[in-house]
Design a protein around this ligand. Structure first.
Ligand code: UGA
Length: 441
């Protein structure tokens, strides 16, 4: 099986490397020469656990190649995955310029039957658009199929998610294309893989519905957590008992400062936009977007409350705040839509002096905050002289800090644990003035 993957971003690179790991011959293509040069030198442009090992191994074995030559890649391969970015436009709708450009490149270089697979998260209807673009150029000269095969990879766990998918969605219009896709993915399993075969539009909708549902689930538990704080309930016990109901399941019920990342914020907005285009208001998703924005700001209120400060300009003047964790979640250097951005910018607005530490995302954070905050080399130097410690991302290395030592390094002993990684009772016994999300009383 010969495969080309166009776009060596997060999804493209993981997909290409993992397919090569399963023994297929994969050519990864990108217009960014710098990126391709890096990859050809064995450097990985993103941080993703386990990816470096399989890229190196499969490159050495000759199963994984990187090139900027899209024309050749189209000519040489039967299956072409489109895995380029679909960034949000000003109005929240997805920008399909890159996808459409790839469709044109494919059409111009076709030399036989091709399966064109949309892996990027694209609005419902994009598969048909890609088909139209190719058809307009190719006419009846060559046969081709367009397939929607959405990815469900989580950053930080993408390699594992690719190797052990819960389901593989194939949206296609011909048996031939379905058979080829099944052939590619059956490498994952000794028995029958969990395929869901459907039409293109349904496959496209499955991706949005799944991400929006997960965003709703997180938002729901965040709202319950906020209420728990008010009534004196413990959200951990609430989530645990809720999750024991098989219909609910315990996953994605961890309250926190709001969801971030490159997917949920973008995809929930895009889904609302798709609905609007059809004259429909998908109210529940709109509400989740609004609640998620509020959640980040509520975290700032929590910190002000902990410090006994008013919500007004300058109220945090001379207050030293330490932020542990900047990435939108652990095991990634990704800062996109991270709650830390809103929280830090708000705290700066109130006049706070901020010191921050993140194990991996610090370089990316510097391009966002510049020198408006100070960057520390580790957790302990970050808290020196602090009046308040705020844990924003639950990196494992933050879970078992020497809290007595942390306390002794701080000037005042306020702790806002926005990921609930510490036991409230224990923290109060140590002498912290402690708040978290949904078990603060
Ligand atoms: C998400 C989906 O989980 C993937 O299935 C999907 O393929 C991907 O988007 C995508 O569309 O490409 P990802 O954004 O990498 O993956 O990260 P998640 O692990 O889903 O976390 C998203 C956000 O939700 C993070 O900010 C995280 O901290 C937050 N979250 C997650 C919570 O606050 N509570 C939870 O219980 C779970």
């Amino acid at each position: 099986m010969r495969i080309a993957v166009v776009g060596t971003g997060y999804v493209g690179l993981v997909t290409g490397a993992c397919l090569a790991e399963f023994g297929m011959f994969v050519t990864c293509v990108d217009i960014d020469k710098k990126k391709i040069d890096m990859l050809n030198n064995g450097e990985i442009p993103i941080y993703e656990p386990g990816l470096d090992v399989i890229v190196e191994k499969n490159s050495k074995a000759g199963r994984l190649k990187f090139t900027t030559d899209v024309a050749q890649a189209v000519k040489d391969n039967l299956v072409i995955f489109i895995a380029v970015g679909t960034p949000p436009k000003e109005d929240g709708s997805a920008d399909l310029t890159y996808v459409e450009n790839v469709a044109r490149d494919i059409a111009k270089n076709m030399n036989g039957y091709k399966v064109v697979v949309n892996k990027s998260t694209v609005p419902v209807g994009t598969g048909q658009r890609v088909k139209k673009i190719i058809k307009e150029i190719v006419g009846d000269k060559f046969r081709f199929d367009v397939v929607s095969n959405p990815e469900f990879l989580r950053e930080g766990a993408a390699v594992n998610d690719f190797m052990r998918p819960d389901r593989i969605v194939i949206g296609a219009e011909s048996d031939e294309a379905v058979a080829i896709m099944k052939d590619i993915y059956s490498a994952h399993y000794l028995g029958e893989a969990p395929f869901v075969v459907t039409n293109i539009e349904t496959a496209e909708m499955i991706k949005y519905a799944s991400n929006a549902f997960l965003a709703l689930k997180i938002t729901f538990i965040n709202e319950i957590a906020n209420l728990c704080d008010l009534v004196g309930a413990d959200v951990h016990k609430v989530a645990k008992a809720m999750g024991m109901d098989g219909r609910i399941s315990p996953k994605f019920l961890h309250p926190g400062p709001g969801y971030g990342g490159s997917c949920f914020p973008k995809d929930t907005l895009a889904l609302c936009n798709i609905a609007k285009e059809y004259g429909y208001n998908i109210k529940v998703v709109d509400a989740a977007i609004e609640a998620n924005e509020r959640q980040k700001l509520l975290m700032v209120d929590k910190i002000l409350g902990l410090l006994g400060k008013e919500k007004k300009e300058g109220s945090l003047k001379d207050v030293n705040i330490t932020i542990l964790g900047l990435a939108f979640k652990p095991n990634t250097d990704d800062m996109r839509e991270s709650p830390s951005i809103v929280i830090i910018n708000e705290l700066l607005k109130y006049g706070a002096k901020i010191k921050a530490f993140d194990p991996i995302a610090m370089e990316n954070a510097k391009s966002i905050f510049g020198d408006s905050i100070e960057y520390s080399k580790d957790e302990y130097s970050a808290v020196e002289g602090a009046d308040c410690l705020v844990i924003v991302t639950e990196w494992n290395q933050f879970r078992k800090l020497d809290m007595e030592k942390i306390k002794s390094l701080m000037r005042n002993h306020n702790l806002a644990d926005l990921r609930n990684i510490y036991e409230p009772k224990k923290m109060r016994e140590i002498g912290f003035n402690y708040v978290c999300v949904g078990r603060s009383k």
